[in-house]
Design a protein around this ligand. Structure first.
Ligand SMILES: Nc1ncnc2c1ncn2[C@@H]1O[C@H](COP(=O)(O)OP(=O)(O)OP(=O)(O)O)[C@@H](O)[C@H]1O
Ligand SMILES: [Mg+2]
Length: 374
């Protein structure tokens, strides 16, 4: 399928998130849309998917003018999108999720068998292995993403938009996704792949379109070097090597000794961890998802549900066994891994969110009353 955008401008009030963007995606082509945070990538694709209306400009599908009043119309025209934040319903099965919004019925009942068959057909045709009866909440993110892709393909997407699909993937899952994209292309699907990761762009794309502050600032081919691409993306020369003076850390502040943790079913999650974090030091913990880093953060902040043994001391004070509230009061700060789920409340204001973990303390409250002016 061919997709063409002509002079798309999208304004939010006076602010142009997209300005005069023209772009063509040919049948069976993988275009990487490359740009910094806030460059306008998601906005542009939301316009293509019918979620936003362009302020001006036109969309053409197979050389015919198209206008989408909502995603339903974009889907009907053959456009599929996998969003930056997945839209699946966790307690539903794969087949139920794929059917959602496009339900087949048998009398008054949902025709799940047809949904299962569809999932199997698409997953075999495109090497997207998933069990139609698995619950989405039990699947690793890489597989959940496959479900999103299957959902688009079941609806006959000829153009597939992937909005930062690798942000949540491990390097291995990323390589699998890149292989899936090449498979899809071989079968004629066109792909728009949004990212700011240069390695993937060079590995997957046929053509690279760079946008900066809402405008197309150039095109490149996959043989462009990382620093050329980075330079186009940010608009100045970039050095990809980091130079920094050696750290001069002080005494240990956080001391973890023989720390082990097991989940509620008694499965060991952390085994005998020992480390110090010294004053003025940044300690990096590396590991592929699922190896205990999430739980380590939960244990350190008192949020872990399960059995914890060993010792965690902050400035000499033992933290194990304290409630999260008390632990935060000792001077530990926490930015959770999944900020949308665990850190912020979207319907609250920035002010309210800023004091979420401190509402019980003066000066933000007195008695049971929140003092907003503070
Ligand atoms: N509904 C909205 N109202 C006002 N401004 C918006 C809205 N949606 C996006 N913007 C602004 O438009 C700009 C582009 O946002 P967009 O989400 O398209 O960026 P992006 O390139 O996808 O970034 P990221 O890499 O962070 O996903 C940003 O400055 C953003 O704050
Ligand atoms: Mg985005």
């Amino acid at each position: 399928m061919k997709l063409e955008l002509r002079n798309i401008t999208k304004k939010f009030g006076n602010f142009a998130a997209n300005e005069d963007i023209s772009l063509t995606v040919d049948p069976g082509e993988i275009i990487a849309l490359l740009g910094e945070n806030g460059a306008g990538k998601s906005t542009l694709m939301n316009v293509v998917y019918g979620l936003l209306q362009p302020t001006s400009g036109e969309i053409y599908v197979n050389d015919e003018r198209a206008q989408f009043d909502g995603p339903g119309e974009a889907i009907a025209a053959g456009i599929g999108m996998v969003h930056q934040h997945f839209m699946l319903i966790p307690p539903f099965t794969v087949a139920e999720n794929v059917m959602l919004g496009n339900e087949h019925t048998k009398g008054i009942f949902l025709d799940l068998e047809t949904a299962r068959t569809e999932v199997r057909r698409v997953s075999e045709a495109y090497n997207l292995h998933v069990d139609p009866d698995a619950l989405v909440e039990d699947l690793p993110v890489g597989v959940q993403q496959r479900v999103e892709i299957i959902k688009a393909l079941v609806r006959d997407a000829g153009v597939l938009i992937l909005d930062e699909p690798t942000a949540v993937l491990t390097p291995q899952e990323t390589d699998e996704l890149l292989a899936i994209m090449r498979d899809l292309r071989a079968k004629g699907t066109s792909i728009v792949f949004i990212t700011h990761k240069l390695r993937e762009v060079r590995a997957a794309a046929d053509r690279i379109v760079v946008i900066r502050r809402g405008r197309v600032v150039g095109e490149a081919t996959p043989d462009a070097t990382q620093s050329e691409l980075a330079g186009m993306m940010v608009g100045r020369e970039v050095s990809l090597t980091v130079e920094k003076p050696p750290a001069d850390p002080g005494e240990p502040v956080l001391t973890v000794k023989e720390l082990s943790a097991a989940d509620l079913e008694g499965r060991p999650i952390l085994r005998d961890l020992n480390f110090d974090v010294r004053a003025g030091e940044i300690l990096g913990i590396a590991g592929v998802q699922g190896n205990g880093q999430t739980e380590l953060a939960e244990v350190l902040t008192g949020l872990f549900e399960g059995e914890v043994t060993g010792s965690i001391a902050l400035d000499g004070r033992e933290l194990t066994g304290l409630t999260p509230r008390k632990i935060l009061d000792t001077g530990l700060g926490y930015v959770p891994e999944d900020r949308e789920h665990d850190g912020l409340i979207g319907s609250f204001t920035v002010t309210e969110n800023l004091v979420l973990d401190q509402v019980v303390n003066p000066p933000y409250s007195s008695g049971m009353v929140l003092r907003k002016a503070t």
